[in-house]
Design a protein around this ligand. Structure first.
Ligand SMILES: [Zn+2]
Length: 121
């Protein structure tokens, strides 16, 4: 194992953080009326929207929020499965270790900061 690999204690802490964040995201999605296990923005109770007085604009705003939550949720789940596979903290683009400070700030990061910036360009 490389010298700059994350130690067990840090990994355990980041895993806890990911699990907690996953629960938070799922609860948020459910509170928006969305199913966290569905790939589509399908609402548990579609008809309920009209009853709750949502306008079309509010509805599309909710959909945007749910999409962002789902995208974050899939990152979190990806990070957790990487922990299982032992590839956590490795940049998906260049294969270099992601800086520990970055993982502390963003435990579900799958790209190093350099690659992330390159991707955004
Ligand atoms: Zn990279």
């Amino acid at each position: 194992m490389a010298d700059d690999a994350l130690d067990e204690a840090t990994l355990a802490r980041l895993r806890e953080e990911l699990v907690r964040h996953r629960a938070f995201l799922r609860a948020e999605m459910e509170s928006q009326g969305a199913d966290p296990d569905s790939d589509d923005v399908a609402f548990v109770d579609d008809a309920g929207f009209a009853d709750r007085g949502h306008s079309t604009g509010q509805r599309s705003q909710v959909i945007a929020v749910v999409r962002a939550l789902r995208s974050n949720l899939s990152d979190v789940e990806r990070a957790l499965s990487k922990m299982e596979a032992g590839t956590y903290g490795i940049c998906e683009r260049c294969g270099q270790p992601i800086a520990p400070e970055r993982l502390e700030a963003l435990p579900w990061a799958v790209l190093g900061i350099d690659c992330k910036q390159a991707e955004g360009r």
